[in-house]
Design a protein around this ligand. Sequence first.
Ligand code: AMP
Length: 369
Amino acid sequence: MIKLHDLYFKPFISEQDIQDAVSRMVNTIANDLADKVPVFIGILNGSFMFVSDFVKKYPKPCEVTFIKLASYEGVKSSEDIQRLIGLTQDLTGRTVVILEDIIDSGNTLNEVHRIFKNENVKQLLIATLFYKPEAYKKDFKLHYVGIEIPNKFIVGYGLDYDGLGRDLPEIYQQKTTQHMTNIVLFGPPGAGKGTQANFLKEKYNLVHISTGDVFRFNIKNETALGMLAKSFMDKGELVPDQVTIDMLNAEVEKNADAKGFIFDGFPRTNAQAEALDKLMDSKDSQINAMIALEVDDEILVERLLERGKSSGRADDADESIIRNRITEYYKKTAILKDYYAEQNKYFGVDGVGSIEDITERLSDVIDKL
Ligand code: AMP
């Protein structure tokens, strides 16, 4: 993801996909024009990269020139288009191919046709690398289209947002949801995830979702989900993935305006981590970090037995169930460290010390994200 001025953009079309589209257009156009020597006319500024790549690939003699029109103000296509640098050469009897980087409303095309009305060209063909069918409101024929895209604002490969982004070799699409900070708080049972999440959610204005808490709430209210989860939880086993994933998705959806989430107790398996990535992706967002509280097993058992005296949790009361939860953690959950480490998103934090000290250690990581 990148930030240009005040907006966030996510990768949308790769360099390779762009080059493939340009090659396809070159082949079709070269084939259609046979032995004519065309004049390719790029519309500045946006088309400079496309025209450059296009003519480098074009296999036969051709001429290249540019005209400059102003059509964008910020992110909205403006009605008010001015021709800034016009044509300087005689195009009488020539085959002209307009090379546009993008056609959305079609306002630029209007101007192009107005300019060429009096040029006596033999043939005027329109070729555009990107095309937004949902935005196009004109009747002019588009002879060659590279890639059709949805009606969302894009930058890169010549296209800018208020001057920035033209230099990027790939295309990025504007993120329409607000920027979120999403953290997975990780660690074995008893590591202090819930305690720390309560401080961090206040400090960073995030929504805290503890899957364990949601399950317990459902058990207390005797819902179908609660009844299902209880049988697993009482033994210290994990609730099946699909049940947990559906519940987590619903919790996230309930907080559509959140500035971000602290996930506590989720994900616990690879399938859950992949489901979480998918969910974040659907929100134009991502997990920024997994922060793990590292605590020795024997300290965990001690802490959980102590908590069991007052928490009322059946799974905190019995040492063998506690040990089973810790075993489940190492068997199924600890592997997620690799999942996030591979993306450079794993941060280990010493989970032994005073609550305040540990909050500070966690904050140090979050502040640097
Ligand atoms: P916790 O409060 O995080 O210690 O969770 C208590 C119990 O809830 C666990 O031992 C599991 O039985 C169940 N649980 C919580 N989160 C998950 C999850 N992400 N996947 C499967 N089971 C979970």
